[in-house]
Design a protein around this ligand. Structure first.
Ligand SMILES: NC(=O)c1ccc[n+]([C@@H]2O[C@H](COP(=O)([O-])OP(=O)(O)OC[C@H]3O[C@@H](n4cnc5c(N)ncnc54)[C@H](OP(=O)(O)O)[C@@H]3O)[C@@H](O)[C@H]2O)c1
Length: 368
């Protein structure tokens, strides 16, 4: 167990030699309140090489050895999705906090185990969905809540690229792979966050690859306030990211919805009605809409994420992503995967509502 003394500095331990460390290591080193103490790999030589490459003081040839290191306070877990729960729970049991990559887990039962372990051992486990820590997400929520584009009707997202690395963990269903889990998880988290609601019905379609994971996924979500969500994720189209929101009185687009572009400016672009323009059935001209933009210069979302996790652990700031939030995201992803597998919509309402609806339709809805 770590000491009961209040922490003033965080000593990080890295699990695996994942490529994503390239983004996280500089972000941890950007804060004066964090150092990287050790890295572990399934292969000791690989860990040692990685440690030399990144000037990390200690390396271990197993994840267990790193977790046993008493001079580590917080673990960064970027293992394949199927290992997120297992190694986060093991870290929590040894009194270590955990920043765990998205999606937090592959099932709600796994999230529940993580939640139980965090509560029992008095540690924080938080999902590393970096776009949620980007200040543009908070601004977007503010614009939606203020009804800047009227009543929200539709939220859409695309996250796609060509994945050409043979043997990548993302192709392997047994490791929690699939474009839904890797990229769609951002789109779903984004929709739930801007709406502040959970979907009550989803439908998914997928293209499957040879290792069982989907290589492309199209998902539709229905939210209780009548808003529709739709997204497309893929490992087999040209790189493209896109997100927009359509409302009764305007629309919003994001230049960089789920990436981190510290080298560029990301913008929220807003077109909204100012009541002076034409109204009516055939009024499809957008000339009357007022344009406004909010620019975010050189934001590194990974740095924002580390700064936020540091504030949670050292200053008691509330986590940006609670475990209940991650649980709802995983529940939605599971429902989408199930819908694609079964070829039918999946309802996600409370049990009472589900049975009422089923009676009306004379059928038994699928439940999650
Ligand atoms: N937040 C973001 O922007 C972002 C971006 C990319 C990825 N991610 C997330 O980060 C995680 C890792 O992605 P990545 O692209 O960095 O993956 P990666 O390069 O394939 O790394 C995964 C690491 O997991 C370890 N591992 C343990 N068991 C394994 C197994 N059976 N097969 C393969 N590797 C295994 C390996 O480390 P050792 O062999 O050294 O033990 C490997 O280096 C995923 O959860 C992904 O969703 C997040």
């Amino acid at each position: 167990m770590v000491s009961n003394m209040p922490l003033t500095q965080l000593r990080w331990g890295l699990l695996g030699t994942a490529r994503i460390h390239e983004r996280l290591i500089p972000a941890i080193r950007a804060t004066p309140r964090g150092t990287i103490a050790a890295v572990a790999s399934r292969d000791g030589a690989r860990a040692a090489k990685f440690a030399r490459q990144w000037s990390i003081p200690r390396s271990y040839g197993s994840y267990d050895e790193l977790l046993a290191d008493r001079e580590i306070d917080v673990i960064y877990n970027p293992l394949p999705n199927s290992l997120h729960a297992e190694w986060s729970v093991r870290a929590a049991a040894l009194g270590k906090h955990v920043l765990c990559e998205k999606p937090l887990a592959c099932t709600v039962q796994e999230v529940d185990r993580m939640r139980e372990a965090a509560a029992r051992h008095g540690v924080v486990i938080q999902e590393a969905a970096m776009m949620r820590f980007h200040p543009q997400t908070a601004k977007l929520r503010e614009l939606v809540a203020a009804k800047t584009i009227g009543e929200l009707r539709c939220v859409r997202g695309v996250f796609a690229f060509v994945l050409s690395r043979a043997g990548d963990i993302r192709f392997d269903r047994a490791l929690g792979g699939g474009s839904l889990w890797d990229l769609g998880s951002y789109c779903v988290s984004f929709m739930r966050t801007v709406l502040g609601q959970e979907s009550h019905e989803v439908h998914g379609w997928q293209q499957s690859g040879p290792a069982g994971a989907d290589t492309s996924f199209a998902g539709h979500l229905r939210f209780p306030n009548g808003v529709f969500g739709e997204f497309f994720s893929s490992f087999e189209t040209c790189p493209h990211i896109e997100a927009d929101l359509l409302g009764s009185a305007g629309r919003i687009t994001l230049d960089v919805p789920w990436g981190s572009r510290p080298d560029a400016v990301s913008r929220i672009r807003v077109w909204s009605a100012d009541d002076s323009g034409p109204q009516g059935t055939f009024s499809d001209a957008s000339d009357s809409l007022r344009y406004e933009e909010f620019a975010f210069e050189r934001v590194n979302a990974y740095c924002e994420q580390i700064a936020s996790m540091t504030a949670t652990l050292l200053d008691g700031a509330p986590p940006v992503i609670t475990l209940a939030d991650s649980r709802a995201n995983v529940a939605t992803l599971e429902a989408l995967a199930r819908s694609a597998a079964e070829g039918a919509s999946v309802k996600m309402q409370a049990p009472d509502e589900r049975s009422e609806e089923a009676l009306k339709k004379g059928q038994a809805p699928r439940e999650v």
